[in-house]
Ligand binder design. Structure first.
Ligand code: SF4
Ligand code: SF4
Length: 391
């Protein structure tokens, strides 16, 4: 990704310490995303932590479990907390994962992992996980192309190895970077994992016919989603968009009307050194710092809707609700025209295209005929609470 015209937080730079805001978290839920390390054992070519040289910059956790407990006590008391272990590769610091799970037994837990070290996890940890997001890019050729030879096989083997011992669900998390990613490889993941979530890559991969190629795959995915009413085709972005179109109040209630990736309301990313940011892709930007574990302060997310963002006049607004605030911030507030044209606008075009394709299948009629388990999943799948919905 290109470097944007924003200041980068230098290691060792003095930490700003604004006053805490008791209403920093909106609503009764909070996602505490703990980055157990910024090290990773893979070198994915598109890794967003490569921007601002965040990846690998912190290998040790600089705060203690008692610091974290004091922070939770001061800022998250009486909230329903779900923790996502994140990185780098979070399993490179499995000790911290176990320590946190033991210290906070009432929290819900999710793990975001590249899947290569999954087989090292003890059974009691696997049992407690509500969801595991396994990063994978598609089929073998696509995944190994980004992640290195043999990784796809290793991940699939590890998932098979732990699957029966995971308490909750296992979700394939795809960054859709390659324009040539085909229907069959995404379909394979949707059929073999509990859910498939994808995000359109936030990088300059939308030239020439690349948007049209992705649209052709989306047509097939959306067509398959609506083909059956007795069994869910578990694609989170499609489930979420259909939910948002049919039940608009669900599109807003968990997020106070703001973005469904939760960065404006109730997700906080704690870096290994204890600094807190709303979006894990913007931890190199000093003005985005939202709090600090050791200083025990927290303010409202600085990543908020801005009048320069185009969403309120957009045909997709009622169900998209500002897909990615990072993209909107860089493209319209920081006015990075290259990023806006080459990344943000093509992604918005794909989102609007998905909305039109969904409408073509008459989602209300499909929903009315769907079995109760399918309807329940579409309306209220638990995974919506700790996974982004929009791609
Ligand atoms: S499609 Fe783009 S412009 Fe429209 S609401 Fe979503 S993020 Fe905003
Ligand atoms: S979707 Fe949300 S969390 Fe993800 S990169 Fe965008 S702003 Fe950040």
């Amino acid at each position: 990704m290109n470097q944007h015209t924003i200041d980068v937080l230098k290691p060792g730079a003095p930490r700003p310490c604004p006053k805490s805001d008791p209403a920093a978290i909106v609503g009764g839920r909070v996602e505490l995303q703990l980055l157990t390390t910024l090290k990773c054992n893979l070198k994915c070519t598109y890794c967003s932590l490569g921007v601002g040289e965040v990846l690998g910059s912190q290998t040790q956790v600089g705060y203690t479990i008692d610091h974290l407990a004091a922070f939770v006590d001061k800022h998250l008391k009486e909230k329903e907390v779900y923790v996502t272990f994140y990185g780098g590769e979070p399993l490179l610091n499995g000790k911290m994962i176990q320590e946190v799970m033991q210290r906070f037994p009432l929290f819900r837990y999710q793990l975001q992992t590249n899947g290569t070290l999954l087989d090292n996890l003890p059974d009691w940890v696997l049992h407690k996980l509500s969801n595991i997001l396994v990063s994978i890019d598609g089929g073998e050729e696509t995944t190994d192309g980004y992640r290195g030879r043999g990784i796809w096989r290793q991940v699939i083997k590890n998932v098979g190895h732990v699957r029966d011992r995971v308490g909750g669900t296992v979700t394939a998390r795809v960054t859709w970077g390659r324009p040539d990613t085909c229907f069959e490889e995404l379909d394979d993941l949707a059929e073999s994992f509990d859910y498939l979530y994808w995000q359109f890559v936030a990088d300059e991969h939308y030239f020439d016919d690349s948007v049209a190629k992705r649209q052709a795959v989306l047509v097939q995915l959306i067509d398959k989603f609506f083909r059956r009413t007795d069994k869910l085709y578990p694609l989170i972005p499609l489930m979420g968009m259909v939910r948002n179109k049919l039940f608009p109040s669900r599109a807003t209630e968990l997020y106070a009307g703001q973005t469904q990736c939760r960065v404006s309301t109730h997700i906080i990313n704690v870096m290994p050194d204890g600094k807190i940011f709303p979006c894990p892709d913007m931890m190199y930007v000093p003005e985005m710092q939202q709090g600090d574990i050791m200083g025990n302060w927290l303010r409202r997310s600085p990543l908020q809707p801005h009048p320069d963002m185009p969403c309120e006049g957009c045909e997709a607004f009622s169900w998209c609700r500002r897909n990615c605030m990072k993209n909107l911030y860089l493209g319209y507030v920081k006015n990075d025209l290259r990023y806006r044209t080459n990344v943000v606008e093509p992604i918005c075009e794909l989102i609007k295209f998905m909305g039109q394709e969904i409408d073509r299948h008459n989602p209300a009629e499909w929903f009315a005929q769907a079995s109760l388990p399918v309807r329940n999943q579409v309306i209220g799948a638990e995974v919506y609470e700790y996974c982004e919905i929009m791609p």
